[in-house]
Design a protein around this ligand. Sequence first.
Ligand SMILES: [Zn+2]
Length: 771
Amino acid sequence: MDFQPYIPGITPANAGPLSRFTPPLEEGVISAWLPLHAAPFDPAHAARKPGSWLLDPFGFSPRLVLEAARAGYRVLVTVNNPITRFLLEMASNPPSEADFKAALADLSVAKKGNDRLGAHLQSLYLTTCEKCGGETYAESFLWRKGEEAPYARVYTCPHCEDAGERAATPQDMENARKIAGTDSLHRSRAFERVAELNDEYRIYAEEAIEHYLPRPLYFLTTVINRLDSLELTPERRRALRALILVACDAGNTLWDHPSGRRRPKQLNVPNQFREHNLWIELERGFSQWRETGPGVLFEAWPHKIPENGGICIYEGRLKELAQEVKKEIPIAAVIGSLPRPNQAFWTLSALWAGWLWGREAVEPYKIALRRRRYDWAWNATALNAAFTNLFELLPLGTPFFGLLAEPEPSFLTSALTAAGTAGFDLRSLAMRTEHDPIQILWTCGEHLKRGANEPSMEEVRSAIYLHLVERGEPASYLHVHAAGLIALAETHALRQKGQEFDDALRATNGLIQSALSGDPRFVHYSTGENVDTGLWGLNDVTLSRSPEPGEGAAKGLAAALPQNDMTESLADRVEVAVVTFLQKNPNSLYLDIEHELYPRFPGLLTPSKAMIYSVLHSYAEQDGAAWTLRAEDLASARRNELNTIIAMIETLGRRLGYSTSKRDKNYLWEEKDQIERAFYVLASALISRAIAETPYPPERSAIVIPGGRAGLAAYKAHRDPALAAHLKRYRVVKYRLLRTLAEVPVLTRETFDEQIASDPLEKSKSQMMMF
Ligand SMILES: [Zn+2]
């Protein structure tokens, strides 16, 4: 396999509507990948050949499709979720801000009895200020699961500016109970828009609607009812629907308090949750739909898209599309965010589709209401069906760029098993941290039926061992799991002939875990017992021992690596690479640094943002968005300082009555041919290297670093338990301590020893990002 570099992107400034449910992808990734793989360089058309067709068989990420279309590609998307379809349609051509505002104004001034609808709906959230007693609107009410009334409200008083979370008043509780009294009427209206009275799915719709409290349900049914009767232009109706959709999501009970950052996968009510003021959500909703990029053409199949790109939606099954596509359009590449089970979003999507468009819209998607349990075997089976259909319609060698967001070991096993057994060959897998999407490249394989091979524990072990050797430091379980999976994918051993996905996934995950836990070369760093948590590394003994003949392929390769490469940790190599780059390229953007670094550390070695930032904060300063090495960290300045410190160590040694010398990279203080102290002086935070090159007993060795590196060294020790264990035995001394000691007029050996024992590697405040 040819490990490709991770393609860096940018976290979008606006995550967009329903972002708790759409995959968290970075922007700029797909548009960087496409010109390299989906269209050969064509000088007549600048860097890309316009009009190439792409296929997204999952339609799971509207953002991904939109970005590809904006890059000038024609993207055919199969979507069966009506809400995702709507997100995609809206993103390709959102209504103007004026239309959003006009639509909301029309809704607001509609009559409700003698009142205006807007005033009536806002009054649902009236509360009194605890400080001045004035009337104000609650921004939200806070609830405990199962209770009949909220326990608190959050407001900002316009009269006295009192703001924050305050206990609910008896009136707040009374209001909540009052609206609950009329609930059954609104609730049955809400069911009826989704399923008919005698429909077998009705019970599932009822269960889903349980995730709405009476007040938001009253609010939403009132507004939705009005959506049908208001006279609006089609554009404003579309805008109002979009606002209501945002309110539909804001109105459910899946907003946990106080964290509020959960990405729900299941319809479970949190123990404490937030009931949003839905009028405020309607007013603010349009900002979520704002697009900064240009609009793109959006058509439904079989309408075609012109050569300058756009989105073509196919609202049916991939299987049915396959025959039509095969005849009509050549697919240059397949792209897609791999779907993961989300019972909450799928069930709510069916509900919202009914509310927004009526029962007919739910019909093709109704199954989502019923199916309550989605596990990884279900996921693998569904993905495998999609890959199998794809295989039928693609020419040999067609690339498939898949993004696996919110990765976890079982998800990765599911995806690789589903694709591999459908005839797709794994070409690359690039992974940063368990918080970033994994970037996977497959190609459509030989049309021959491939036999499934027996999985080999030894090959899994070798692959994991090699990854850890290459990394030079412990890795997360997800990383070693991926290394094992790749070995199994390459040998076509992920699923046996006729094996159910359920059994195949269990066997694979079990095999990788046994490979780790049953091998003394591997060390587990974890607070828990489970194999699939914490970090995995190599025994020191394993690393320093030279491989014996006939010990297997992995050892052979490891032996071929020079000793230094074997122990140089990824963190140390990243530090060197970043500093070298900045030395040559002052005023670099963070993204430039990632572009330089990722090809040097491809595949599973991709350094995290936190690691790169830790190096930057240690060595460089920022001017606007540009990073430049600090004056004192330019190579020449550092060299001078290094020489000063070395001279100081010699002077101090002589003052304390030792004879001083230099052996390899260590500065020694000796007495009667006995080594009393060894100093290894660094301008960097390459502590692992220093330890590897210090042959003296740790209690007599000191590693000397500039104070500006202490934060970086602490960061490294924090993420690498093997390094942290070493550092407990070695003294790390900062330049400034030696300078201070050099100034002390009467220095004794005892004072010196005491002082260097009390110079902790404190953690600097800005660098506590963990990954
Ligand atoms: Zn007040």
